[in-house]
Design a protein around this ligand. Structure first.
Ligand code: FNR
Length: 335
């Protein structure tokens, strides 16, 4: 039996295989109200129909000002719940699990108006950045908690906190973007505090699995590296995080050199160094490559982004390649 098609337990949630659809913004909320549309329903359901074990929705904003663009999904009010519920029902219909990525864009929001960040350092000339007050930090933590409550109402099985790609929580973690002189800035333990507060607040209303997406390397002098993430990962584990989804970059406007599996070594290092389960992501595009990563104990789950945009039936083709038989939608059995 292949590792890719073996089941995996995140707390009480059993994934039928290790294939995860990575969160990907579709910028398709035309009405700018954060409410998912028929496009989203079809988009996520078809990846579930294709055999993906865990389907993540895109970055979903916990505050309206936390959107990257006005066309992002949101979970900052109750009107956003019913359509998300249709999406989770659709994913469950195809025997997959549904995950939501809770996000705040911080200084990388492209919305007109107010943009917030740990410290008043802009991402680039195009962006502004006032520093978050203590009151606003409390409100932010409360909004992540409210979002987790709504995620449960909407029927999600897994929550992922977006702390990667230069968005708000990553901006707190990295010394390059966090120059605060209060208890949320300075040493690593302080820079981690807001993420810890959020994890604990979510845990008060959510008893399912929690994943955190990190950027394991800032690709910048004075920025964070995977080694710096080992203590962070240990603290996350102590705070009840089940798995770390290991991405990289996005804090500064420099793109890393990417090649097949370029971020896998980060997942491997953090898994071994902190004793926590990890997900590997980034230019993983075929079954044999995925099987190597899992089989050699370098990660526990495989997150696929663009490959699943190209091919919603990736899992079915991977199964054939690995000599597995997987059940498909019963309606298609004559094919
Ligand atoms: C992304 N990515 C991304 N990541 C994330 O954490 N939240 C998000 O909402 C998005 N949005 C997004 C949109 C689009 C169109 C792409 C292509 C990517 C990053 C994505 O989840 C993944 O980490 C990268 O694409 C690398 O994996 P692949 O695509 O090489 O498998």
């Amino acid at each position: 039996m292949s590792k890719l098609f073996s089941s995996y337990k995140l707390q009480d949630v059993t994934l039928k295989n290790r294939i995860v659809m990575s969160p990907m913004c579709m910028y398709s909320v035309e009405k700018e109200d954060g409410i998912a549309t028929d496009f989203h329903l079809t988009h996520y359901m078809s990846r579930a129909a294709g055999g993906t074990g865990l389907v993540f929705t895109e970055a979903t904003a916990v505050q309206a000002i936390g959107r990257i663009s006005a066309n992002d999904l949101g979970i900052w009010n109750d009107e956003q719940i019913p359509m998300l519920k249709r999406i989770t029902d659709g994913i469950h219909y195809h025997d997959a699990k549904a995950g939501i990525q809770l996000a705040h864009a911080g200084r990388k929001s492209e919305l007109e108006g107010r943009i917030v960040a740990p410290s008043a350092i802009p991402f680039s000339e195009k962006y502004g950045t006032p520093e978050l007050s203590d009151e606003e930090i409390k409100e932010l933590v409360a909004d992540f908690k409210r979002a987790a409550y709504r995620a449960a109402e909407a029927g999600f099985d897994v929550i992922e906190i977006h702390a990667a790609h230069g968005y708000l929580l990553h901006e707190f973690l990295s010394p390059l973007t966090n120059r605060r002189e209060d208890t949320y800035g300075g040493p690593a333990g302080n820079r981690y505090r807001i993420l810890s507060d959020i994890i604990k607040a979510i845990r008060e209303v959510w008893d399912g699995p929690v994943i955190v997406r990190i950027s394991a390397d800032d690709y910048a002098h004075g920025g964070l590296t995977a080694t710096d993430y080992i203590p962070f990962a240990k603290w996350m584990k102590a705070d009840g995080v089940d798995l770390i989804d290991t991405s990289s970059g996005g804090l500064v406007p420099v793109a890393p050199k990417s090649y097949p599996g370029y971020q896998v070594p980060f997942a491997e290092q953090i898994r071994a160094g902190a004793g926590i389960a990890t997900g590997a992501v980034g230019l993983i595009t075929n079954a044999v490559q995925a099987e190597e990563i899992l089989g050699n104990g370098r990660a526990d789950l495989i997150f696929l982004g663009r490959e699943l945009l190209r091919n919603p039936y990736f899992a079915r083709e991977a199964a054939i390649q690995l000599g597995e038989e997987i059940a498909g939608p019963v309606q298609y059995s004559r094919a």
